[in-house]
Design a protein around this ligand. Sequence first.
Ligand SMILES: [Zn+2]
Length: 92
Amino acid sequence: MNQNYSTCKGCGANVLWLQTAAGKWMICNRPLISFEPGGGPETFVQPDGKVVRGKRKDCGSASGYIAHWATCPRRKDFKKEKAHDGKSSDAV
Ligand SMILES: [Zn+2]
């Protein structure tokens, strides 16, 4: 899977750009965390590029990177940017 280390422009956190199985780039938190898939409040990108919903759990049955926009304190800015130019701002 393609991945790039980067820094969030909004909050300055160390993040990871991951290319999902669908070919989209998603900004994710580091490091890899353990979770339980099968529906949940959060979105995870697994190391193979699959995007799944799940719930954080120690020793869960899967591991993945949590989408950064779900936790970023500046996440409102992401939405604003998208609304502004009407295009995907994925290609940073
Ligand atoms: Zn951020």
